[in-house]
Design a protein around this ligand. Structure first.
Ligand code: BYC
Length: 332
């Protein structure tokens, strides 16, 4: 188990209980009026316990996705082709970990400790994005992640940065700036392979074929099957539905992929120019459920790496919490 002596569990558990007692209709109406006026909700403000619970769930999952998301690309740092790509990849992976840090901080403002969040990740109780449970088999996989997964994340984050919870929105704004650079480096690497030798182009096409379905899954189940969307959209935590975000992504990126001569492994993928809606073959939602519930190709490996990091980083956390204990006695 994770252990580093992190802050504020007990007082926040008490606060949460008090709030549940005071979840009365008048306060709820005031809260919803604030949301309707487009005000930001801040950590000290009254909020319904379900709003708090939902935000913790969503921000925590997002934070876990950032730190687990660093792993598939991280394995390619030593093998990135050339100095320029290596430098860019190191910086990107470092940024992703920083995003995790920002998001854990935002979730902590709602009363769940870092320690509890990490424990829930390691025990498999908390989810993280489906896409990071697949291996990055070749450099082209890293390229597809850098271009298209970062692009998908930006679609989601730019929308939700305009949402109602102040700390999450501010974290998302900062993250979006950095993700835009990630997308540029991913797009640049993508163009290089797409316009390279036949072998490079084929490697990219194979990676695109492997990643297309996980990317379609990334935005979550179709609206009709989404569990949380309705309430989260009422409370302006989610600013667009899963299907709307998926559609927005297709609209922006399918043309960019096709203009480079690459194809997508879905014969049904096309836009209706009158409605602006894309139609596509429904991705395999049973597979999605399996992957997000621990049964994907890399779930066990990803959690093992995090477990190792928690165990081997324990002494660092201890030293940070109690710097005096780590001081070496001065030599006389
Ligand atoms: N993966 O009611 P629904 C990055 C779960 S990292 C896993 O529609 P919701 C990057 C969902 O949690 C950024 N699980 O859910 C890093 C729920 O299960 P629970 C990643 C998923 O929350 C490194 C159930 O399915 N971005 O960019 O309304 C390198 C029902 O779904 C997924 C984020 O994390 C999924 N894809 O909407 C490169 C964004 N989809 O909790 C890049 C933050 C659904 O009831 N998250 N589930 O057990 C969100 O915006 C929302 O959670 C979602 C889903 C739109 C993903």
């Amino acid at each position: 188990m994770y252990g580093g002596g992190y802050i504020f569990d007990e007082p926040n558990k008490r606060q949460l209980k008090e709030e549940q007692l005071h979840d009365d209709p008048v306060k709820l109406a005031e809260f919803e009026a604030r949301i309707a006026r487009g005000e930001k909700i801040e950590p000290g403000d009254w909020m319904p316990s379900e709003y708090r619970r939902q935000l913790i769930r969503l921000i925590e999952q997002h934070a876990h996705s950032e730190i687990i998301g660093a792993l598939p690309e991280g394995t390619w740092i030593t093998r990135a082709p050339g100095f320029k790509r290596k430098l860019a990849l190191i910086a990107k992976v470092q940024d992703e970990i920083g995003h995790g840090q920002l998001l854990y901080n935002a979730a902590e403002t709602l009363g769940k400790s870092r320690e509890a969040m990490i424990n829930d990740l390691l025990s498999g109780k908390s989810k993280y994005s489906n896409v990071f449970n697949y291996p990055a088999e070749t450099w082209a996989d890293v390229t597809v992640i850098g271009f298209l997964i970062d692009a998908a994340a930006i679609v989601n984050q730019v929308a939700n940065a305009k949402g109602s919870y102040g700390p999450y929105c501010r974290a998302l704004e900062r993250i979006c700036y950095e993700e835009s650079f990630h997308l540029k480096q991913g797009h640049d690497a993508f163009i290089e392979l797409a316009t390279g030798t036949p072998a490079q182009k084929q490697m990219l096409q194979d990676a695109l074929n492997r990643w297309w379905q996980p990317i379609m899954h990334f935005f979550g189940p179709p609206d009709k099957a989404s569990v949380h969307s309705q309430k989260l959209m009422e409370w302006k935590v989610k600013m667009a539905s899963n299907d709307d975000m998926r559609n927005q992504f297709l609209d922006m990126y399918v043309p960019k992929i096709r203009e480079l001569g690459m194809t997508l492994p879905d014969p049904e993928l096309k836009k209706d120019e009158t409605t602006g809606k894309w139609s596509y073959t429904d991705p395999d939602w049973d597979l999605f459920k399996k992957v997000i519930n621990g049964g994907g190709p890399c779930n066990a490996e990803r959690l093992q790496v995090r477990q190792w990091a928690e165990e081997h980083g324990r002494w660092v956390r201890k030293a940070l919490m109690n710097p005096n204990a780590a001081k070496v006695a001065p030599v006389a």
